[in-house]
Design a protein around this ligand. Structure first.
Ligand SMILES: Nc1nc2c(ncn2[C@@H]2O[C@H](COP(=O)(O)OP(=O)(O)OP(=O)(O)O)[C@@H](O)[C@H]2O)c(=O)[nH]1
Ligand SMILES: [Mg+2]
Length: 370
């Protein structure tokens, strides 16, 4: 795992935390992490991402750790990737490609699979040119006619055609969903959409609230496809609760656009339930990463409740947690509205009554005509 901390790109994430998360992603993708390397630079090198000395260090590590792939914490340009592969003579991938790989493994429904494939092709398209010239140079011209420009053109056209077809298929799915949503809207049942950082406990909370059997795992992106459950609130009114794809810092933009059909579910919600893992050592940063994505998705004006989850893990710590201390801990770095916060433990079923009451109150408040 390799990361550069560039000056001026500080988003509050210490490089050690960021690279740990990258390692967790790599584990989820099935890789075994044998080493981590970081470097402080004014900005990543345009040609090799790392500086010369660090690159030599990375190359030397190959002898001691025997790594067969190097994963970089930032999106690499096609040029950087090609140069690095040549210098290191192993496969080089970046954070975006790793996330795409995990998504590809995890997508279960047709909609999920279509969206992931679209994201993969869109990621690949601008990188094609680099890939071919790279192969050609490795193949070394004599007697072997490498895939030339015409091959490249053909491939590009094929991919573009595939992208167009995927978009059309996704559009079909979207229309279908839209109809379905309109039906739900007519039924007048409010929708509560669960959002949050990956692994925060969203699916566990939905299970705890509704006894639904949603796949839960201590891995990133366990859930990719939306699951919806009916729930009865304390005043006996009924809501639909939707659990969907988790967020992560530096979510590749191709994923966000490709998952528009899934993310549109959020637009229909009467209320967003933001689940945050309070026990994570970078809870405030994760909380802010979710806030940033909500801004990107234009969802900031939705009524929101923040459920601070996994408080059972904080019982033994030296600090005593209550809502006030949790709010001040988070709001230093995270813009989450500090009203409507509740401490919960999805696995221990703590705080669920209070959470349901809060959902009830907020829905009553927002459904009243102004
Ligand atoms: N100790 C503790 N662990 C929890 C709690 N809630 C969830 N977990 C664990 O956290 C891990 C992730 O839970 P999930 O419900 O899969 O998380 P998610 O937010 O749905 O994650 P993705 O679908 O991957 O984005 C699992 O191992 C859960 O058992 C909690 O309240 N306390
Ligand atoms: Mg989940």
């Amino acid at each position: 795992m390799v990361a550069v901390t560039a000056k001026g790109t500080k988003d509050g994430w210490p490089v050690a935390v960021s690279i740990d998360e990258l390692a967790q992603l790599a584990n989820t993708a099935g890789a075994e992490v044998v080493g981590k390397l970081t470097q402080r630079l004014p900005m990543p090198s345009a040609t090799h991402y790392l500086g010369k000395g660090k690159l030599a260090e990375l190359l030397a590590l190959k002898d001691t750790t025997n790594y067969s792939v190097v994963i970089f914490d930032d999106e690499l340009s096609p040029l950087q990737q090609r140069n690095l592969e040549e210098a290191l003579q192993v496969k080089v991938i970046d954070r975006a490609a790793l996330i795409l790989d995990i998504f590809a493994k995890r997508a279960r429904t047709r909609e999920g699979q279509l969206q992931v494939e679209l994201a993969q092709h869109q990621y690949l398209l601008p990188r094609l040119v680099g890939q071919w010239s790279h192969l050609e140079r490795l193949g070394g011209g004599i007697g072997t006619r490498g895939p030339g420009e015409s091959q490249l053109e053909t491939d590009r056209r094929l991919i573009q055609r595939r992208i167009n077809r995927l978009k059309a298929q996704i559009e079909e799915v979207r229309k279908h969903r839209m109809l379905y949503r309109q039906q739900r809207k007519r039924s007048g049942i409010p929708i509560v959409a669960i959002v949050g950082y990956t692994n925060a406990g969203k699916s566990t909370l939905l299970n705890a609230l509704s006894r639904a059997d949603v796949f839960v795992e201590d891995k990133l992106f366990a859930t990719l496809d939306p699951t919806t459950r009916r729930l009865t609130l304390p005043d006996k009114s009924v809501v639909l609760v939707t659990d969907t794809v988790g967020f992560i810092r530096k979510l590749p933009p191709t994923i966000v656009t490709a998952f528009r059909a899934t993310l549109e579910e959020l637009e229909e919600a009467s209320l967003l339930l933001h689940v945050a893992d309070l026990a994570s050592h970078n809870a405030p940063e994760q909380c802010q990463a979710v806030e940033d994505i909500l801004v990107d998705l234009n969802l900031m004006d939705k009524p929101r409740i923040t459920a601070l989850n996994k408080i059972d893990l904080l019982l033994g710590s030296d600090k005593t947690w209550d809502e006030a201390s949790a709010i001040s801990y988070l709001s230093d770095q995270c813009d989450a509205a500090d009203e409507n916060m509740v401490l919960v433990s999805a696995t221990k079923r703590w705080g669920l009554t209070k959470l349901l009451e809060l959902i009830n109150q907020v829905l009553i408040k927002t459904s009243q005509p102004v």
